[in-house]
Design a binder for this molecule. Structure first.
Ligand SMILES: Nc1ncnc2c1ncn2[C@@H]1O[C@H](COP(=O)(O)OP(=O)(O)OP(=O)(O)O)[C@@H](O)[C@H]1O
Length: 349
């Protein structure tokens, strides 16, 4: 409990940005990202941000980011544009996060992970909305996911039926399998980072806190993502033997298990109904509490799946490979097809 007492002052659900890195400035970040790149199968090559027209605001991130629905004027294709705005005082941790997201997005190419069609470092796009205070924008042109996030779906539907949960879980596992194969640990799997399109495809988004396990992009070990979905070994590495390398993959599995349980229960599972998950409560439940009781309303397959994900000792927790063979995501009659999933998520008006 000493740890709880020591850290009780940290009430926010977000980890603070890492300390400033001496050599990480606007100068070293932005030139590395220009010019924008387009993938070969993008519907139209996006040469310039002025090719895009704002259609609507899709959502806001943690204070630095806004996501717009945009139209590519030449091809009439629709994209999502995530704009991260920095002023001259932007903390270097935020710049690191943005650079990390850009670098990782450039590497990934999977039907289970959000596709990035280009990264721009211009201030032009936001200049109509904001006073130009000498800062800059980092803009990610991403595929547009019409169904929004799983967070939006849960807000509208509360609980999801098991076939929809298993269909979603299977797709997220495929995405994690791909990312982990690239030595990328996501570190922030949560409902608002799982997006759904009009074909019923579920894709992993938001690489702000992702982490390449090996290689030059391993820039910050202490920046870890949202507390609420954080595994015991990431919350309290000393007690649970976290070492920031091997356990990283297991941490993504824990987060997926919590998301799956939340989809079944219709609320965040680690605190009581209506209770806010503050830091101290989460610490107690995740690091010191007993293993969660599996809900009796769930099928044996679902209970077993969640049980294997929420094993507190990361060395005994299921791997993504094991879970891909689990009956919960492999019983044909129970796993929703893309068609069933999209009908549930995007019901006809
Ligand atoms: N590619 C996309 N297509 C459609 N909607 C999107 C897309 N990307 C993001 N959104 C919407 O915009 C919202 C904000 O996304 P953003 O990535 O900025 O932050 P977040 O994931 O909600 O929060 P955080 O900053 O904590 O990660 C999402 O919750 C989602 O509803």
């Amino acid at each position: 409990m000493t740890l709880v007492r020591e850290r009780r002052h940290q009430q926010a659900l977000k980890v603070s940005p890492p300390p400033a890195a001496a050599d990480f400035t606007h100068r070293s970040l932005f030139p590395a990202l220009s010019p924008a790149s387009s993938t070969p199968d993008s519907p139209g090559i996006i040469d310039n941000l002025s090719d895009l027209e704002k259609v609507a605001v899709l959502g806001h991130g943690d204070g630095y980011g806004t996501v717009y629905k945009v139209c590519h004027k030449k091809s009439s294709s629709i994209y999502a544009l995530k704009v991260l705005r920095f002023d001259n005082n932007a903390a270097s941790g935020v710049l690191q996060q943005a650079a990390r997201e850009a670098e990782i997005l450039k590497l990934v190419d999977s039907p289970y992970v959000i596709r990035c069609h280009g990264v721009f470092d211009s201030g032009a796009f936001m200049s109509a909305d904001h006073n130009n205070e000498g800062g800059g924008d980092l803009c990610f042109v991403m595929e547009y996911m019409e169904g929004g996030s799983l967070h939006d779906v849960l807000r509208a539907r509360q609980r999801l039926p098991e076939n929809v949960i298993s269909g979603m879980a299977k797709r997220v596992l495929e995405g994690l399998h791909y990312l982990h194969g690239m030595q990328i640990v996501h570190r922030d799997i949560k409902p608002s980072n799982l997006l759904i399109n009009s074909r019923g495809q579920v894709k992993i988004a938001d690489f702000g806190v992702s982490h390449l396990v090996a290689g030059a992009l391993e820039v910050c070990d202490s920046y870890m993502g949202t507390y609420a979905y954080m595994s015991p070994e990431r919350f309290d590495p000393e007690r649970w033997g976290g070492d920031n390398a091997a356990d990283g993959f297991a941490g993504d599995v824990w987060s997926l298990g919590l998301v799956v349980l939340q989809c079944h229960m219709g609320r965040f599972p680690l605190v009581g109904p209506g209770q806010k998950p503050d830091w101290a409560t989460l610490m107690c439940v995740i690091c010191f509490g007993e293993r969660l009781e599996m809900p009796e309303t769930a099928s044996p397959e679902l209970r077993s799946f969640i049980w294997r994900c929420l094993e507190k000792d990361w060395r005994k927790r299921a791997t993504v490979d094991e879970l891909l063979h689990h009956p919960f995501v492999n019983t044909t009659c129970c796993v929703s097809t893309d068609h069933e999933l999209v009908n549930f998520v995007l019901p006809a008006d």
